[in-house]
Design a protein around this ligand. Structure first.
Ligand SMILES: Cc1ncc(COP(=O)(O)O)c(C=O)c1O
Length: 288
């Protein structure tokens, strides 16, 4: 069965979906995006994703393609037409189609909207049983990773370096020697006394939706969460480490740059948080 995508007002077979070669997303990576998990046919933390999308649009001084209340309607149509109850939505907005020019196009240029959906089993305990390896790479991204832009080249190169070195994810290290975040995930460690540490929000990291939900869930479970920068040395000496993202949920880290973390197995805190997050998703997407 062919997949159906939404592009600029039409639901079309994904194989037939076209982007104009003068779309500014194509020429300048002048666009923003969101990835949202779908469970039980519903969006996980949809409102938080739409809030972040609005912040990204504002950050790039870009007009939304439609009213905020329209986006969920389009997304649900795409899910319905693809018969997806579990998986992910990818949504991208660019500054539209105009003759190539660095400066913004005329104000009446419509933003482009693309929505695609994929069916996928959401992460289960088994997926995190082995844990994953991380490599560290210098922070080479621009100074606004808090804007979820499709301009992702530094992250693409970092992720490929991770894969080339047999790892799952790359953690960026800034000039001060602290970890900012992963190429496509937020970074966490667990230090003495089960204190959970993750970098505070700022312009230097993406405000992960999973990160925010997990902080709340951890605090509800009476775990101590501290939002502060942590160094690469602190990470190497940590009892546990893990990453969070919409697609991975909570993924335990068992090695960083070939240094074993803890006992080299997924840590108790990461497992506890993964279970709490799965329960949260089931509850949040259950019912009518
Ligand atoms: C750079 C970066 N940090 C963090 C995240 C995690 O964000 P979220 O939990 O909203 O998926 C992502 C997700 O794609 C990301 O690309």
């Amino acid at each position: 069965m062919s997949r159906i995508a939404y592009t600029n007002g039409q639901y079309v077979r994904q194989a037939d979906a076209m982007v104009n070669i003068e779309d500014r997303g194509y020429q300048f990576a002048d666009g923003v995006y969101e990835v949202i998990a779908v469970a039980n046919g519903r969006l996980v933390d949809g409102e938080q994703h739409f809030d972040r999308l609005e912040r990204s649009l504002e950050g790039l001084r870009m007009d939304p393609p439609c009213g905020r209340h329209i986006l969920p309607l389009i997304i649900m149509q795409v899910l319905r037409r693809n018969h997806i109850v579990q998986g992910f939505i990818y949504l991208q907005i660019t500054r539209g189609v105009a003759p190539r020019n660095f400066a913004f196009p005329p104000p009446d240029t419509a933003s482009s909207l693309v929505v695609i959906a994929g069916r996928k089993n959401l992460p289960a305990s088994l997926d995190m049983a082995q844990g994953v390896k991380i490599v560290t790479v210098p922070e080479t991204r621009w100074s606004r990773p808090d804007i979820k832009t499709v301009s992702l080249l530094a992250s693409v190169l970092a992720k490929q370096e991770a894969i080339d070195r047999g790892a799952y994810e790359a953690w960026f290290v800034d000039k001060a020697g602290t970890i900012t975040e992963g190429a496509s995930s937020n970074a966490w460690i667990v230090v003495d006394g089960k204190e959970i540490v993750t970098r505070p929000l700022g312009q230097d990291i993406l405000a992960g939706i999973t990160r925010q939900t997990l902080i709340s869930l951890a605090r509800e479970s009476n775990l101590k969460v501290t939002e502060r920068p942590f160094s690469i040395n602190e990470a190497l000496a940590a009892k546990e480490a893990f990453v969070t993202s919409t697609t991975a949920f909570v993924m335990p880290v068992v090695a960083i740059d070939d240094t074993q973390i803890g006992d080299g197995k997924p840590g108790d805190v990461a497992i506890q948080l993964f279970d709490a997050y799965r329960r949260y998703i089931d509850q949040a997407t259950d019912g009518l």
